[in-house]
Ligand binder design. Structure first.
Ligand SMILES: [Zn+2]
Length: 463
């Protein structure tokens, strides 16, 4: 296929977030990156299920005639906290300083392969076992990442960006909850929601679910929050070792979790850190490279199915879709499958079709919590649809005319920069009044697959 590919929402593209993986094992460098005045922090709770966004004075207008400008307006903006904000709100300390090791925990890990000991400083456990801090990287794209950059007297050359997950506020010790409350001016907090909103108010922000807030971000902020969400979620959900069941310990700036079974010694008396007193055998995770100690990404195929004669696209309604929503077929890649295997199986299972000429087109990170959408085209060998009623409510062959009205609507409502087709096709005589189909929003890769097919149809080219 030769059509130009739009860059996918949530992906890194050229936004220049340098993840700086080489610093993750260097405590002194990490400490410097934490304390640097050019460092900014994203704040979230419950493994990234909610992030702190800036409070909007008023909702920005939904500009249907917005030109395809380089700096589109945004619905939402992530809150970028300064180090002083964290200190003032007593939310976090530098975990890499010796003086804070009693708070966070410092541990000496014996590297059993190299017979040497390594100091490890946890990025978790300040308040809660499920809390974590992750170093995301450095960006020089200040105007895109910082919505307040226009008001700065001098633009910083870079930002180091960390994500802090406060974990489960409900699991915090009572004295820490009381400290939050006092800081926020609440005498007797009535519940976790009140604490959550008190933290947000103190920081002049609002906690929003990731799905609610992230779709309104600009592309650069969307990428950063996607990375933060995937890693904080992974830390949150992997508190115990799959190898032996003992607790795990967040290290390497939040990019690795090690099993406490086999740790040699500790200078830590943090009650939140549980280390078994007697360990009768070492966990196998200490002896070899194991995929469960590093963050995971789950592959998902999403496929636009073209009819045998090439003039229709198959769109389906999932059981959990909003009213009138139709999209492409999607599903997780199963064990020992190639991408092509997964496409053939999912299509056969969900709509009873056989497909060939499967072609990869584009991909998209999907941070709910950590999927990678692999977008493909495939050609059906027949038009006989047999819908799997469990997962799919309806599936049908759609023409350009069937799809175009919703496509044009979603393009015009989107504030993203991408190659829109509505302007190019003004002179086309397309029926565009009513439709029974609502396509996915323009932030989704399913939308881009459908848009790519429409572009080809309008240009009378074959896929
Ligand atoms: Zn283990």
């Amino acid at each position: 296929m030769n059509i130009s590919k739009s860059r996918q929402f949530f992906s890194g593209n050229d936004h220049a977030l340098d993840r700086m993986g080489q610093v993750r094992t260097n405590r002194k460098l990490l400490s410097g990156l934490y304390n640097d005045p050019n460092t900014r922090f994203l704040l979230c709770v419950n493994g990234g299920s909610k992030f702190l966004f800036l409070k909007q004075e008023k909702k920005p207008e939904l500009a249907t005639s917005l030109p395809n400008s380089q700096s589109p307006k945004r619905f939402q903006q992530i809150a970028l906290l300064k180090r002083q904000d964290l200190l003032d709100s007593k939310l976090s300390l530098n975990p890499y300083l010796e003086e804070n090791s009693a708070v966070f925990g410092k541990i000496v890990i014996q590297d059993l392969n190299n017979k040497k000991s390594v100091d490890e400083y946890s990025t978790a456990m300040q308040f809660s076992k499920k809390a974590s801090q992750v170093f995301l990287g450095k960006t020089t794209n200040i105007s895109a990442i910082d919505s307040n950059s226009e008001t700065l007297q001098e633009t910083p050359p870079y930002y180091n960006i960390w994500a802090i997950d406060l974990g489960d506020l409900g699991a915090y010790e009572q004295d820490k909850i009381a400290e939050f409350a006092e800081n926020a001016g609440i005498e007797e907090p009535q519940g976790i929601k009140e604490i959550e909103s008190a933290i947000a108010n103190t920081l002049k922000g609002i906690f929003l679910p990731l799905r609610t807030g992230s779709f309104g971000l600009n592309a650069c902020q969307a990428h950063v929050i996607a990375l933060a969400a995937a890693l904080t979620d992974w830390n949150y959900r992997n508190q115990f070792c799959p190898g032996c069941g003992n607790p795990t310990w967040s290290t390497q700036a939040g990019y690795k979790r090690v099993c406490v079974n086999g740790l040699v010694s500790t200078i830590n008396d943090n009650p939140l850190l549980y280390i078994p007193q007697e360990i009768d055998k070492k966990c196998y995770s200490q002896f070899s490279l194991n995929n469960f100690t590093f963050p995971r990404t789950d592959p998902v195929i999403i496929v636009a199915i073209i009819s045998p004669d090439g003039d229709k696209l198959l769109l389906a309604r999932g059981a959990k879709f909003p009213p009138k929503r139709y999209s492409c077929i999607a599903g997780f890649v199963d064990a020992a499958e190639s991408i092509e295997d997964a496409v053939r199986r999912e299509v056969r299972e969900e709509v009873g079709l056989n497909v060939d000429k499967i072609e990869y087109y584009t991909s998209q990170p999907w941070p709910f919590p950590n999927s990678l959408m692999i977008g493909c085209f495939a050609h059906a060998t027949s038009k006989n649809i047999v819908v799997d009623q469990d997962e799919i409510l309806d599936a049908k062959w759609c023409s350009v005319n069937d799809i175009y009205p919703s496509l044009a609507k979603n393009e015009s409502e989107s504030l993203l920069n991408f190659d829109k087709i509505i302007d190019q096709s003004n002179k086309k005589t397309l029926v565009s009044d009513q439709t029974d189909i609502e396509l996915p929003p323009a932030v989704a890769v399913g939308f881009f697959l459908i848009q790519a097919w429409i572009k080809k149809q309008i240009n009378h080219a074959n896929l």
